[in-house]
Design a protein around this ligand. Sequence first.
Ligand code: G6Q
Length: 541
Amino acid sequence: MTDLTQLPAWRTLATHRDRLRDTQLRELFAAEAQRGEKYTLDAAGWYLDYSKQRIDAAVVQTLLQLADECGLRARIDAMWHGDKINITEKRAVLHVALRARKAQRIEVDGADVVPGVHAVLARMAAFATRVRAGEWTGHTGKRIRHVVNIGIGGSDLGPVMAYEALRAYTQRDLDFRFVSNVDGTDFFEATRDLDPGETLFIVASKTFTTQETMANARAARAWLLASLQDESAIAKHFVAVSTNAAEVAKFGIDTANMFGFWDWVGGRYSMDSAIGLSTMLAIGPEQFQAMLDGFHAMDEHFCSTPFAQNLPVLMALIGIWNVNFLGAHTQAVLPYVQYLKRFPAYLQQLTMESNGKSVTLDGARVGYDTSAIWWGEPGTNGQHSFYQLVHQGTRLIPCDFIGVCDPLGPLHDQHDLLMANLFAQSEALAFGKTADQVRAEGTPEWLVPHRVFDGNRPSSTLLAPRLTPHALGALVALYEHLTFVQGVVWNIDSFDQWGVELGKQLAQRTYAEIIAGSEPALAHDSSTNALIRRYRATRAR
Ligand code: G6Q
């Protein structure tokens, strides 16, 4: 592809940036009376208001032109056709097949993958139904009361997020815990009050070789056997989610209790595959299907809607505008939905592991910024912590506000209060408060500069009627596709993650040095050598 910065649309966007440099959102709203209705979209149950972004019709038009010049349509088609668009790992990228309808046909290397997806879903549903009904019992005949998911990265963040998001739909007499960190206290705290006879472990690992997950899985096996004293108990208390049957069997889990997926499902795109087994156990097969329907609705929208009305495409392009033309370094995600408290953490992996890259598909160094730093916390909590910087700091921080109209809990008045805060925040960020307004409130002159809000800080707001499994699925698919679109424009591989490899390799070597019986000869830099020596000398064994 031609260098992105040489594309006509890119150059035109730079002129728009210069044209709008001194234009405030206040002025944009004054110039377009219907702005709050015009810059909105509805898709798959979500309403987007992007009117408080620093854009006008010409900017949007040019961003859409940029998508065309980057060949977005062809890249979307390539994804759906099962082309190996993860070029560095030579893999197809088909998370959309995980929520395809039975009648759809999606091929990888000439073979339709959809029947396999539905076969695994059916096995998951049969298993989940037995556990939820108390028919799948533990080794001593007790009903399963606790489910512990052991996994990390993509095999943890999605399941945790979905469990927290959909708690209102869970079977409350089943308790769910998630263990990810190799820090043994994670496993210890998650299991210290559990009865092994009532506990089911899901070992979730695509490769079944991940250091952290295997260490925790071994700890779980030892913990269980210390109590139940019988190897045959493993079959009743361990199931695996993996693509690696050989390693699963080697670990001692019956492959009859293994739920598979495929190499065309990336870890961070896998929460709706068998990796979501904990989600299905929590909310049941029907609600899991409703979540898949939400994913599918957003997939259909993304795949078939013209870019000008396409929610993931527009949000992605606005993100490009903010990063590459307005100079934003970060993107805040602020759910005004407590159930979505883990959504920002989930999104961090999705967006930053995908688009935290600095070479193009051809291996050339990029000459522009790629992924923003994504972060966030639920509102209103964040308002009492970091919002100060968002309102009055020196940096431009675009925000995505996420809210729902109907609460799931009983305290409806508080929901109105919550949503009033969301709307107030986006208004305050966009329009601020001028020095004259501050003076008119009787503020002494010396205090005026401190109380001025510049405004002109961009945000989008996403609203759904309520947080249902369908709404969650659509929301996740929205950000999956947004991430893909940004990767296409930046011309990078959004589906590999080579950047996590070096640390893993070094840790293996360092671990051997740390546990060595006699003082090892260290050949790191002087800092790392000294840290290892200090640790060895101080560690009480
Ligand atoms: C995600 C990454 C990564 C992966 C974990 C766990 O896209 O590939 O986060 O999910 O490293 O890997 P396993 O599932 O193989 O244990």
